[in-house]
Write a protein that binds this ligand. Structure first.
Ligand code: FAD
Length: 502
């Protein structure tokens, strides 16, 4: 085995945490790879959450997640500037509708300010509150306003992190589920469903599977029990919110919130149900009813009939109810597990902590001379003036071919999503990068067109294009052509091997 075959760092899990750590470490002169079991990154909890960048006052002081949330929130300004992802500090309201709830808000304000949360204020003036958020229920008594809270598109940020990491040399292996790990002579032998990878250090960011990965190395000191949260998404412009709206929190969650998205939609959710199945992201009638009831307590005129989709995400909850970020007893193995909410907010602070652990392990963190922290903003039709767009279409007619009419996405944006570093290879990969299928018709019209473009650009058969990788085919075979079913398996192998980019 030559030393050039060995990575300095292998990261398991291509969610926001793995990709943020990969990008943070990509500034150093290290050989790094990231292994993801799905056909694309950001397809776990990272795509099923509220996308709120919390101010940081909410968790109890005994928890690490409180400190990392407060720090992580602050790091977003610089990250958004460098990585050009959709992010806005719109501020949040926690809403008291009964006088006795105000005491709790005052406690949170006081502690939050002591701990460095900027700008926290209690507002009692109902007229002012309703001017700041006209959709709010008239029952409001007072709000805790956190101006540093924000909203982000979590998956677009994760794609940006991965692209920038890849630009700086990190290798991404998608469709590489880790199934076994051995450790000997200071080397991790990581067996994936496709090949073995060797690395001197290993960072476990496998989300709800993080305890399973830890157990592969015999470290059985935590468990993950998923806590499911369901959502209802409303069509664009149906509820134009100014703020993220929270109720008074419960013991297990921040409660059912109502919130705008970066693309002009709004949503209500999540609820909180402890479950056992690490893959169960189904939505339920009872859950959706609970969400509607909760949301109607916060806003008047909830646009119930403008709901266009329901979805769910799984919080990775360990018995500590806190982040598990440990330099473990196995030299070079770092667990980053149990990253429940506010993991998205905390990701940059979590990555800083991992950097510190690597220093303690004696890993040489020497900055590369050619490190480039800037990931250019993907070009979008909506950013152009009419004159600019005319010029674009003249130079490249793909800017004039609108593929998704609900979200006005031209073919050129889809081509850029496919050919970006760590680019899209599936229909969901396109949807989450540039939005075809996110609108009112949910892909009913544009999906075949997106599939055609993917097949053409990736040079694959049309029927090999999937929703999200293996076992998610839209098309099994041409009608009556049973022979193609045999070809299916082979094509998936080709797909997997086609996405090993650096
Ligand atoms: C309902 C809900 C609402 C939330 N709201 C917020 C919020 O508003 N703000 C906030 O800050 N946080 C929020 N969070 C928390 C936040 O979403 C998570 O902390 C964050 O997404 C965790 O990211 P991750 O990378 O650890 O996990 P994931 O995104 O799940 O990534 C883990 C990855 O590991 C991969 N993987 C697993 N096993 C293997 C294997 N064997 N081999 C290779 N790859 C593997 C998975 O496929 C997955 O892609 C919310 C969470 C939920 C569920």
């Amino acid at each position: 085995m030559s030393s050039s075959d060995i990575y300095d760092i292998a990261i398991i899990g291509g969610g926001v945490i793995g990709c943020c750590i990969a990008r943070t470490l990509s500034k150093y002169d290290l050989k790094i790879c990231l292994l993801e079991k799905e056909a694309d990154i950001a397809m776990g909890t990272t795509k099923g959450n509220s996308g709120v960048i919390h101010a940081g006052y909410a968790a109890e002081r005994k928890y690490l997640k409180r400190d990392l949330c407060i720090r992580g929130n602050k790091l977003y300004t610089q990250a958004a500037k460098e990585l050009n992802f959709p992010f806005k500090r719109i501020g949040s309201f926690v809403i008291a509708v009964e006088p006795e709830q105000i005491k709790k808000l005052e406690e949170e304000r006081k502690k939050g300010i002591e701990d460095g949360v900027l700008g926290l204020e209690l507002i009692f003036d109902k007229k002012k509150i309703l001017e700041m958020e006209p959709n709010l229920t008239d029952d409001v008594e007072a709000v805790l306003h956190a101006p540093s809270a924000g909203i982000v598109s979590p998956y677009e940020m994760t794609f940006a992190l991965a692209e920038n990491a890849a630009m700086n040399g990190v290798k991404f292996f998608r469709n590489h589920e880790v199934i076994k790990i051995n450790h000997s002579e200071y080397t991790f032998f990581i067996t994936t469903k496709r090949k073995e990878i060797k690395s001197k250090n290993l960072i476990n960011c496998a989300g709800v599977y993080s305890a399973n990965i830890s157990k592969m190395l015999g470290l059985d000191y935590f468990n993950i029990e998923p806590r499911k949260g369901e959502y209802i998404l409303f069509d664009r412009n149906e509820l134009q919110l100014q703020k993220v709206l929270f109720p008074i929190p419960t013991k297990v969650s921040k409660g059912i919130l109502v919130c705008p998205t970066m693309h002009g939609n709004s949503f209500a959710g999540p609820n909180a149900q402890n479950i056992f199945d690490l893959e169960d992201i189904s939505t339920t009638t009872a859950g959706l009813k609970e969400i509607l009831e909760g949301a109607q307590k916060l806003v008047k005129n909830l646009p119930v009939r403008a709901s266009i989709r329901n979805f769910a995400g799984l919080r990775a909850v360990s018995q500590k109810e806190d982040f598990i970020i440990d330099n473990t007893d196995i030299y070079g193995f770092i667990n980053v597990g149990g990253i429940l909410s506010p993991g998205l907010t905390s990701c940059y602070a979590i990555a800083e902590r991992v950097e510190e652990f690597l220093k303690l392990l004696g890993v040489q963190l020497k900055e590369k001379e050619n490190y480039n922290p800037i990931r250019p903003k993907p070009e979008q039709l909506s950013d152009f003036t009419k004159e600019e767009l005319d010029k674009k279409i003249y130079e490249n007619p793909a800017w004039g071919r609108i593929i998704c009419r609900c979200e006005t996405v031209p073919e050129a944006e889809i081509l850029n999503a496919i050919h970006a570093p760590v680019g899209a290879t599936t229909v969901d990969g396109i949807k989450f990068r540039c939005r075809p299928g996110m609108g009112r018709c949910q892909g009913g019209f544009c999906r075949p067109k997106v599939m055609e473009i993917l097949a053409r650009e990736l040079n694959r058969p049309f029927q090999a294009i999937t929703k999200k990788g293996e076992d998610s085919n839209y098309l099994i075979a041409k009608t009556k052509d049973i022979r193609l079913k045999k070809i299916k398996k082979m094509e998936h192998k080709e797909i997997a091997e086609g996405v090993e980019e650096g």
